[in-house]
Ligand binder design. Structure first.
Ligand SMILES: NC(=O)c1ccc[n+]([C@@H]2O[C@H](COP(=O)([O-])OP(=O)(O)OC[C@H]3O[C@@H](n4cnc5c(N)ncnc54)[C@H](O)[C@@H]3O)[C@@H](O)[C@H]2O)c1
Length: 259
């Protein structure tokens, strides 16, 4: 059976862990060749081996805050495999020193803006010229459900950065709609990552309080996000662009959740 991404070349940032890693696996399963960009070099090289080697995947060290490194990442995809069809701009951080605005210092604010928002600007700017030349492409930028809802337990720079990712994606989707390029913002709800598992183990009550807001009563698995990214990356979503693509177990639709 033909893969849903046969013949396509994808770049995935933050592909060594969590949502990015699950997506890399899904993309390769569906026939794409995937260039993983990350700062975790050891894991990146291991992954390429696990994915079947250089015919299917490659790894490049990239700090997504560096214009030179991001430009080199997309050039490598084009030089190695001849096109840039999919850009999943997903790398992001959520450090503990980004907290309430009252406690968050300028250095932490700026670091989060650079890694979460400036990176997406750099990746889109690098990918678009290849896609414009091809007259086709799908860009998926990872925002978050906090781009559309406020939380009293704030991570102020994180939320602001994801709001920026959402509106930048929407605007790019509109601008390039007639060039065959689609741009969508993936807005995940909380995902069952090592970080959340740690929280559950340490503070069950705090974790349970968070779950109260999720109609489905559980966090997402990374594979559930990867399936949404696969859909947005593939031609199956050919009429979807500039969208706020929420994959949040119903959080943003809920006023009261069932118990
Ligand atoms: N986990 C969640 O609950 C959740 C919810 C909503 C949105 N998101 C967003 O989804 C994306 C992925 O989150 P995750 O939970 O899979 O994260 P993760 O921490 O599991 O993986 C992030 C990856 O990004 C890489 N990375 C970090 N800084 C980088 C840099 N400067 N340059 C290149 N790579 C870098 C890390 O090495 C890692 O491999 C992020 O943008 C995050 O904000 C996550």
């Amino acid at each position: 059976m033909a893969g849903r991404l046969d013949g396509k070349v994808a770049v995935v940032t933050g592909g060594c862990s969590g949502i990015g890693l699950a997506t890399v696996n899904r993309f390769v399963e569906e026939g794409a060749r995937v260039l993983i960009g990350d700062i975790d070099d050891q894991r990146g090289h291991e992954l390429v081996g696990q994915l079947g080697g250089a015919e299917f995947a490659a790894y490049a060290h990239v700090d997504v805050t560096s214009k030179e490194e991001v430009d080199a990442l997309f050039a490598t995809a084009k030089d190695t495999w001849g096109s840039v069809d999919i850009a999943f701009n997903n790398a992001g951080i959520s450090p503990p020193d980004d907290d309430s605005i009252l406690d968050t210092e300028l250095e932490a604010w700026r670091r989060v803006q650079e890694v979460n928002l400036t990176s997406v600007y750099l990746c889109c700017k690098a990918a678009l010229p290849y896609m414009l030349e091809q007259k086709s492409g799908s860009i998926i930028n990872t925002a978050s459900f906090v781009a559309v809802m406020g939380a009293a337990t704030s991570q102020i720079s994180y939320s602001a950065s994801k709001g920026g990712v959402l509106s930048m994606s929407r605007e790019l989707g509109v601008q390039f709609a007639r060039d065959g390029i689609r741009v969508n913002a993936l807005c995940p709800g909380p995902v069952n990552t090592p970080l959340l598992k740690e929280l559950f183990a340490k503070d069950a009550e705090r974790a349970a309080r968070r779950l109260v807001h999720v109609p489905m009563g559980r966090f997402a698995e990374p594979e559930e996000l990867a399936n949404a990214v696969l859909f947005l990356a593939s031609d199956e979503s050919s009429f979807i662009t500039a969208s706020t693509f929420l994959v949040d177990g119903g959080i943003s639709g809920a006023y009261v959740t069932p118990l």
